[in-house]
Design a protein around this ligand. Structure first.
Ligand SMILES: CCCCCCC/C=C/C(=O)SCCNC(=O)CCNC(=O)[C@H](O)C(C)(C)COP(=O)(O)OP(=O)(O)OC[C@H]1O[C@@H](n2cnc3c(N)ncnc32)[C@H](O)[C@@H]1OP(=O)(O)O
Length: 719
C-alpha cells in the first residue's frame, strides 16, 4: 500500500497507493512505516519524497476503519518517525491533503503543492479533532489565530492560501512531484532542526487568553451542541500554553472523549450518507450507474420570485448560461435588478467578477425554443403551473426537459398536461436556492431514467446534495414537516409558548425553532395552502367544530394569527415581535401570550406545564414516524435519503445524524413506546400512531440502520 522507488540516485520516492483517495488504512500506515525505515537505513538515500497515487496526496485516516478494532501501526509514532529522522522528507501534494493526510505532510520537513491542490483539517466535521499531531504542529507552523480558524471550521484551503498562510513552501503549476524530487536533492545537508515543527514555539498574539476566550465563545455559539469544535479549541490552546509533548498528550485525551461518541458516529454516518444518496436506483432496474445524464448547456428559469431568483443565481454561479423569463416587463426588470445585485454581492465576497454575461432576460416564451432544460418556479398554484407546462410543452424543443420547482404539488398531474411526460421531473430547491445545499429530485411515475439522471447531475453541478424522492404531497421533506408543525401547534394549545417550543428545539441543535422558522418563511404561505385544502376559510365543512377538520384534531391557531395580520418577519409581527418589518431580531410578544390564554379559555382548555422533553419527543418523534411511513411507501429510498434531506434542507443538527439515524441512536423501542404513549394521550391525532415499519423493526430486534431496507414493505415501489 506504499510503493518504494529510488529516483535520481539518492531520493527515496514513497507513493501511497490506496485509491481513490489514498486514505491511511492500516495497510498504508504499515507501508509508510516500512518504507520510511528502509530509506532511513539505506546509506545511498539522502532524502525522501512522499506522494500519493493518481494525483491525490491523501484523504486522511480511513474513516471506515474507525468503527473497527484498531490494527496496524498508529499514526502518531509513524509521523514522529518521519519528523525525527535525520534525512529531509518532502511532501509532494497533489489533489488533496486532508486530515491525517495533511498531518502526515506536517510531519515532513517541506511541503510542495500543485496549484490546484487543497489542504485542510476537516476532522471537526466528522466529530473528531486532528489527533495525529495536527492540533500541535499546525499552530506551531502558522500561528495560533489561523490554526484556530482552520481546525475549528475544518475548511478546505486552496494551494494559494496555504502558501500565504505558510502551510506549504512552494506552489507549482507544473508537476508537484518533479519539483519535490528536485527540491529534495537541493535541501540535503541543510539544517533539519528548524524544519521539525515539534521543536518550534507557537507564534501567538499578545493577548492569547483573550483570543482563546473569544474563539471559544464564537465556537460554542456556532456548535449548536456539537462537542468536537470545543475540543478543537481546547487542543489548540494546549499548543499555545504547553510544551509539545504535553500538548500531544492533551490532544490524545480530548480525542479519546470524542472518538467513540454518538456525535462522531452521527457525523461519520453523514459523510457516507451524503455520498450514498448520489447512487440512486429505480424499481425498473435503471440506476445511476447505467443511466446517463444528457448534456445541458442552456437552461431557462420561469418566474423570478424568491425561488426563481435564487435558482438563476445558483445556475450562473455554476457557469451555466441562463434565460430568465417573467410575464411582464415590470416584473422582469425587478427580477433583473435583484438577480444582478445578488450575483454582484456574491462575487464581491469571493473577490471575483460576476458572470452577468451568462444571463439573458425575456418575457417572450418563444425564446425558449433552443433551451435544453427549463425550471419552472412560478407561484405554488396547480392551475397556474399547469398552464405554464402546457405552454412550455408547445414552445420548447421536443427533447427539452421540463422541471418544476414545486415544493409539494403532484408532478404526475403536471406531466400529464405535456406531450412529453417522460421528460418531466421535479427539482425542489430550498430557499435561498443559491445557498441551501439540498435538492429533492422528484421522480414522477412516467419520468425517464435519463430525465432523473440529468436532474441529479445538474444538482451536482450546482454543488447541491441531490436526493431522489418519489411523488407524493410534500415529497419527503415537507411531508415529514407536517406532523412536526402540527405537534408544535397542539403544544401551544395545551399550555406551551412559542419561546418554550423553540427553545427546546434550538437546544436540540436546530438553528431556529419551528415558530421562528415559520415567521421567517412567512405565515401566509401555509395559510394559503390550508385554505386551498379546505382546512380554513370559506371551504371549511360547516359541520366541523373549530378544532376538528376532516375527522381529526386540528389547531386553527396559525390561521387566527394570520387573520390578525401577523405574517411573520416580513411585516415585523408573527409568533414573535420583530425590531422592524423584515427585521431578524425576534422578541417574545406578550400579546401572543394573551391571545393564547384567551384561546384556551374560549375552548375550555386547562393549560398544563409542558417540559422540553415533551416538546422534543412530540415534535421529532411525530416527524420521524412520518419518515418511517415515507420509507415504507417507497417515497424515500432509504433512511440515508431522509437524513440528508433533513441535514441539508431543514437544519437538522449534523451531530445528530438526521432524524432516522437519531431514532436509531435513541433506540427504536423507545421511539415506539413514546409514540404509543402520546397516541394514547391524543387519540384524535393519527400522525402519532406508530408506523407499521417501526413496529416491524422493533419486533425484529431493532436492526441497525443499514439493515432497514430489508424490512420495507414496498422497496422503491414508487420510485
Ligand atoms: C484510530 C485512531 C485514528 C486517529 C486519527 C486521527 C487523525 C486523523 C483523522 C482523519 O484523517 S479523519 C479523515 C479526514 N479526512 C477527511 O475528512 C476527508 C474526507 N474526504 C473528502 O473530503 C473527499 O473524499 C476528498 C478527499 C476531497 C475527495 O473528494 P471526491 O469528491 O473526489 O471523492 P469522494 O466521492 O468524496 O470520495 C471518493 C470515495 O472515497 C471515500 N473516502 C474519501 N475519503 C475517505 C477517507 N478519509 N476514508 C475512507 N473513505 C474515504 C468516499 O467515501 C468515496 O467512497 P464512497 O463512499 O463513494 O464509496
Amino acid at each position: 500500500m506504499a510503493r518504494y522507488e529510488q529516483v535520481q540516485g539518492t531520493v527515496a520516492l514513497i507513493t501511497l497507493t490506496n485509491p481513490p483517495v489514498n486514505a491511511l488504512s492500516a495497510a498504508v500506515r504499515l507501508g509508510i512505516t516500512e518504507t520510511v525505515t528502509r530509506a532511513l537505513r539505506d546509506p545511498e538515500v539522502k532524502s525522501m519524497v512522499i506522494c500519493g497515487e493518481n494525483g491525490v496526496f491523501c484523504g486522511g485516516a480511513d474513516i471506515r476503519e474507525f468503527a473497527k478494532p484498531m490494527s496496524g501501526p498508529p499514526l502518531v509514532p509513524m509521523i514522529a518517525a518521519i519528523e525525527e529522522g535525520e534525512k529531509p522528507v518532502v511532501a509532494a501534494i497533489e489533489g488533496a491533503a486532508f486530515g491525517g493526510g495533511l498531518e502526515l505532510a506536517l510531519g515532513c520537513h517541506y511541503r510542495i503543492a500543485h496549484s490546484k491542490a487543497r489542504v485542510g483539517l476537516p476532522e471537526v466535521t466528522l466529530g473528531l479533532l486532528p489527533a495525529a499531531g495536527g492540533t500541535q504542529r499546525l499552530p506551531r507552523l502558522i500561528g495560533l489565530a489561523p490554526a484556530l480558524d482552520l481546525i475549528t471550521t475544518g475548511r478546505h484551503v486552496t494551494a494559494q492560501e496555504a502558501l500565504k498562510l505558510g502551510i506549504v513552501d512552494q506552489v507549482t503549476d507544473q508537476s508537484a512531484l518533479d519539483l519535490a524530487i528536485q527540491f529534495a536533492q537541493q535541501v540535503v545537508g541543510q539544517p533539519l532542526l528548524p524544519r521539525k515543527l515539534s521543536t518550534r514555539q507557537t507564534p501567538c498574539p499578545p493577548d492569547v487568553d483573550g483570543l482563546l476566550e473569544e474563539t471559544m465563545a464564537q465556537v460554542k455559539q456556532r456548535a449548536r451542541g456539537a462537542m468536537a469544535p470545543i475540543a478543537c479549541v481546547q487542543a489548540v490552546r494546549a499548543a499555545a500554553t504547553l510544551p509539545y509533548q504535553a500538548g500531544m498528550q492533551k490532544e490524545q485525551e480530548l480525542m479519546a472523549t470524542l472518538f467513540h461518541s454518538s456525535q462522531a458516529r452521527a457525523m461519520q454516518y453523514c459523510f457516507f450518507a451524503q455520498r450514498a444518496v448520489g447512487r440512486w436506483s429505480l424499481s425498473s432496474g435503471a440506476h445511476s450507474g447505467n443511466s446517463k445524464p444528457r448534456p445541458v448547456s442552456k437552461v431557462a428559469v420561469i418566474g423570478l420570485g424568491t425561488m426563481g431568483r435564487g435558482i438563476t443565481v445558483a445556475l450562473v454561479k455554476a457557469g451555466m448560461s441562463v434565460l430568465a423569463v417573467e410575464t411582464n416587463k415590470k416584473q422582469l426588470e425587478i427580477g433583473k435588478q435583484m438577480v444582478s445585485a445578488m450575483l454582484k454581492h456574491d462575487a464581491q465576497k469571493r473577490n471575483a467578477t460576476p458572470r452577468l454575461d451568462l444571463l439573458h432576460f425575456t418575457i417572450d416564451l418563444l425564446e425558449l425554443k433552443n433551451t435544453d432544460l427549463i425550471i419552472e418556479a412560478v407561484f405554488e398554484d396547480m392551475a397556474l403551473k399547469k398552464q405554464v407546462f402546457k405552454e412550455l410543452s408547445s414552445v420548447c424543443k421536443a427533447d427539452a426537459f421540463l422541471c418544476t420547482n414545486t415544493s409539494g404539488l403532484d408532478v404526475d398531474e403536471l406531466a400529464a398536461v405535456t406531450k412529453r411526460p417522460e421528460l418531466v421531473v421535479g427539482m425542489h430547491f430550498f430557499a435561498p436556492a443559491h445557498v441551501m445545499k439540498l435538492l429533492e429530485v422528484v421522480h414522477g411515475s412516467r419520468s425517464s431514467p435519463e430525465a432523473v439522471a440529468t436532474a441529479m447531475h445538474l444538482g451536482k453541478r450546482l454543488g447541491k446534495v441531490s436526493v431522489l424522492v418519489g411523488n407524493c404531497a410534500g415529497f419527503v421533506g415537507n411531508r415529514m414537516l407536517k406532523p412536526y408543525l402540527e405537534q408544535a401547534n397542539f403544544l401551544l394549545e395545551e399550555g406551551a409558548t412559542p419561546e418554550l417550543v423553540d427553545g427546546a428545539l434550538e437546544e436540540f441543535g436546530f438553528p431556529m425553532g419551528v415558530f421562528k422558522m415559520s415567521d421567517l418563511s412567512g405565515l401566509d404561505v401555509g395559510w394559503r395552502i390550508r385554505k386551498e385544502a379546505g382546512l380554513t376559510g370559506p371551504n371549511v365543512d360547516p359541520r366541523d367544530p373549530p378544532r376538528r377538520r376532516q375527522g381529526r384534531r386540528y389547531s386553527p391557531l396559525p390561521d387566527l394569527v394570520c387573520e390578525q395580520g401577523r405574517l411573520g418577519q416580513k411585516n415585523g409581527r408573527g409568533w414573535y415581535l420583530y425590531d422592524k418589518p423584515g427585521g431578524r431580531v425576534a422578541t417574545p410578544d406578550p400579546s401572543i401570550h394573551k391571545f393564547l390564554e384567551e384561546y384556551r379559555i374560549k375552548h375550555g382548555i386547562s393549560p398544563r406545564q409542558i417540559d422540553r422533553q415533551e416538546v422534543v419527543e412530540r415534535c421529532l418523534f411525530a416527524l420521524i414516524n412520518e419518515g418511517f411511513r415515507s420509507l415504507d411507501d417507497g417515497i424515500a429510498a432509504g433512511p440515508e435519503d431522509i437524513d440528508m434531506i433533513y441535514v441539508f434542507g431543514y437544519g437538522w443538527p449534523r451531530h445528530r445524524g438526521g432524524p432516522m439515524f437519531y431514532a436509531g441512536m435513541v433506540g427504536l423501542p423507545r421511539v415506539l413506546t413514546r409514540l404509543e404513549h402520546y397516541r394514547q394521550a391524543h387519540p384524535e391525532v393519527p400522525h402519532l400512531e406508530p408506523s407499521p415499519l417501526l413496529r416491524r423493526l422493533v419486533a425484529s430486534g431493532s436492526p441497525p440502520i443499514n439493515k432497514w431496507r430489508d424490512f420495507l414493505q414496498r422497496p422503491h415501489s414508487q420510485l
